[in-house]
Design a protein around this ligand. Sequence first.
Ligand SMILES: NC(=O)c1ccc[n+]([C@@H]2O[C@H](COP(=O)([O-])OP(=O)(O)OC[C@H]3O[C@@H](n4cnc5c(N)ncnc54)[C@H](OP(=O)(O)O)[C@@H]3O)[C@@H](O)[C@H]2O)c1
Length: 290
Amino acid sequence: MKVLVIGASGLVGSHLLQTCQQRGWNVMGTYHNFAQPGLIPFQITDAVGVRSLITESQPEVVFLPAFCSNVDYCEQNPDETYQLNVVGCVNVAQATRDVGAKLVFYSSDYVFNGENGPYQETDRPDPICVYGRQKLEVEQKISQLLDNYLICRIAWVYGQEAQGKNFVLRLISTLKNNQIIRVPQDQIGSPTLATDIAEASCRLVEVGAQGLFHTTGIDCMNRYQFALKVAEVFGLQTDTLVPVITSELNQAAARPLKCGTRCDHLRQTLNWNSRGVVDGLNCLKNAQMV
Ligand SMILES: NC(=O)c1ccc[n+]([C@@H]2O[C@H](COP(=O)([O-])OP(=O)(O)OC[C@H]3O[C@@H](n4cnc5c(N)ncnc54)[C@H](OP(=O)(O)O)[C@@H]3O)[C@@H](O)[C@H]2O)c1
């Protein structure tokens, strides 16, 4: 299988790269600012460059985790991030369709308003921030442009990461240094191990699945509870872990509070489940990834 991972230097992309390589697939990956050995420099907003990369490499599958995922930055810079997040992803979608390849796009539970989670695929999206609206717009454009696509909605991703910016790695390092970290106890979500997203994605490709899938971990909990689990599994003191409510954080973008996703469709399609929180954290720990 010949595949292209656009955004292979990021958290999800690096695990996709690894999982595809473990399967013996012929994988090419791109980076933008964070150069990594073997990856190709690539700018998703350059429509001509997007088309030539995809046309020349002729992949059978294009995985697309590239996006500006900084929710507050998207809120404060809606026009700039629209170019990357919507126009850039549509560039990839069109070029992927034109070479007859499958597109796998990574969306988010932020397409929901967070009033009534956990959500399934048939629930109505109603985003309450710029990032969520951009995700939904890309979902809609992909479903109009292509037949052969997967949209994987993911959430609260953690795992080994060269840039070390995901919540779990930052939390571990903050608690180890006895520094204060304020964590909201009113945001509910589905923590997801990055390797499970990669495994689910490859399995969905292998069985020829198409359409929308919630592809998260199986547990739903609030972020403070999640932080306590991290501390427990990694044997860290929690004296500097401070529960707060989201409004105290004065963030630019509104957060969907009662979110989380249900993955029945994924389980039924693959006869496979992603991990719950304790399993996922132990997997991270046992692999001595941190
Ligand atoms: N992490 C989460 O908790 C989470 C939750 C829900 C949904 N998601 C979605 O899942 C996807 C992957 O997330 P992630 O955490 O892996 O993100 P990430 O670590 O920030 O990775 C983003 C990737 O996109 C690349 N990129 C950024 N700007 C680019 C540009 N202009 N042109 C080409 N590539 C560009 C980055 O390259 P460089 O690093 O080299 O600059 C990086 O490889 C995103 O769509 C995100 O919104 C993530």
